[in-house]
Design a protein around this ligand. Structure first.
Ligand SMILES: [Zn+2]
Length: 200
């Protein structure tokens, strides 16, 4: 009789699923950054220590821009593509994953009403912990905030969020696009370029 056979098979399957879950949890990391509007004295709501060289594996990174026309995402991609080997390329749609299973190097940018506070935008990313290489990046911009913001501040925030999307952390310099508060900075400063060159 072989009636007992299905039981050990089922037990084995459960163990395999558990092992798979544990592996998934340990090989990837996750981060989130939220921005404050340029009101006096506002500080960032969160800063993640993401490591010194978090970035994409390759220099060409696609940007899928689904944000409203208030957000100068195209100008931001141009500004960030100068001074290092990083090339941000606007596309209508992120490329489909290849057969090799490598991460699609694409930042998805969208916008909506994120509320009436000082939040200008957020970026979420995932990365492989062993290599510090990004695997996904998603930017969300606040349309309500943008309604009352200057062009320079909107461009500052668009560059800032794309900066997170390519691995840059917050810095304290107010001349930097990566300061947690917008200061109307329309292009990366020398320190930002050094941070980009360290990655691309
Ligand atoms: Zn930020």
């Amino acid at each position: 009789m072989s009636a007992a056979r299905p039981v050990p098979v089922l037990a084995l399957r459960v163990v395999l699923v558990l092992v798979a879950l544990v592996l998934t949890a340990t090989v990837s990391g996750r981060g989130t950054a939220a921005e404050a509007a340029p009101t006096a004295g506002t500080t960032a709501s969160s800063t993640q220590n993401v490591g010194p060289a978090l970035g994409w594996a390759q220099d060409v990174v696609y940007v899928q821009d689904d944000a409203s026309s208030r957000w100068p995402v195209a100008a931001a991609t141009k500004a960030l593509s100068k001074g290092s080997s990083l090339r941000l390329v606007l596309v209508a749609r992120c490329p489909a994953p290849g057969a090799d299973g490598a991460p699609v190097q694409c930042i998805r940018v969208s916008s909506k009403d994120l509320g009436g506070g000082t939040l200008a935008g957020t970026t979420d990313w995932t990365f492989v912990k062993s290599t510090n290489k990004l695997s996904t990046a998603t930017v969300q911009l606040n349309d309500r905030w943008a309604k009352h913001a200057s062009y320079a501040d909107r461009l500052n925030i668009a560059e800032h969020e794309l900066g997170h999307g390519v691995g840059l952390p917050h810095v304290k310099r107010t001349s930097s696009i990566m300061n947690a508060v917008a200061h109307g900075r329309t292009k990366p400063d020398a320190g930002d370029l050094r941070a980009l060159k360290a990655r691309y």
